[in-house]
Design a protein around this ligand. Structure first.
Ligand SMILES: Cc1cc2nc3c(=O)[nH]c(=O)nc-3n(C[C@H](O)[C@H](O)[C@H](O)COP(=O)(O)O)c2cc1C
Length: 171
């Protein structure tokens, strides 16, 4: 097997990116599985996808990454906070720490993903006329932007990432 895509997704954002990555991997020697159904199917290259949970990957993906050895691994993920490469890099660096050092890390792709409406409601309930409101309004603006993601462009960028990683792993 050339490539496995294994991902975790509660509300579908990361699944959407996982599907775009899977479709972009050349050839037929590939498979895609949710981390909940993954039972150790082997491959040279793993694309491991996560939804961001308090600045890290969720525990199922942490366990998966911790158990990989001697593989080529690329990460992808979605998170609620907007297009900020520094933030994305911080998350990727934190998630990468779960990966044992005998693997070859090939890079990461992150994009924004919509959040549940309760989050927006909570932000709104925090508005109280104080100086803090400015910050909360920025959070609400970010929430509304996130509602549009992952979009077609995110899927296309994920697909390009997958093709580049796949080409690089053969070098
Ligand atoms: C419990 C919880 C914790 C989260 N923590 C973060 C976080 O630390 N940073 C962030 O940017 N987004 C955070 N999010 C937002 C999700 O990572 C984001 O909506 C993601 O796209 C969900 O992916 P999924 O649809 O594949 O489950 C959190 C969401 C939940 C439910």
């Amino acid at each position: 097997m050339d490539a496995m895509v294994v991902y975790s997704s509660h509300t579908g954002n990361t699944r959407k990116i996982a599907n775009a990555i899977f479709a972009a991997i050349p050839g037929d020697s590939k498979d895609i599985q949710n981390v909940t159904e993954y039972r150790g199917k082997d491959a040279d290259l793993f694309f491991v996808g996560f939804w961001t949970d308090k600045g890290d990957c969720d525990s199922a993906v942490a366990a998966l990454l911790s158990g990989l050895h001697g593989k080529k691994v690329a990460l992808f993920g979605t998170c609620g906070m907007g297009t900020d490469d520094v933030y994305y890099d911080q998350i990727a660096a934190r998630v990468r720490k779960w990966l044992p050092s005998d693997n070859v890390y090939l890079g990461s792709f992150l994009c924004q993903g919509k959040m549940p409406m309760q989050v927006r409601n909570r932000y709104e309930s925090m508005l109280d006329g104080s100086d803090r409101d400015l910050h909360i309004r920025l959070m609400i603006r970010n929430f509304d932007e996130a509602m549009l993601h992952p979009d077609r462009k995110d899927e296309q960028e994920a697909a390009r990432f997958a093709r580049e990683i796949f080409a690089a792993k053969s070098e």
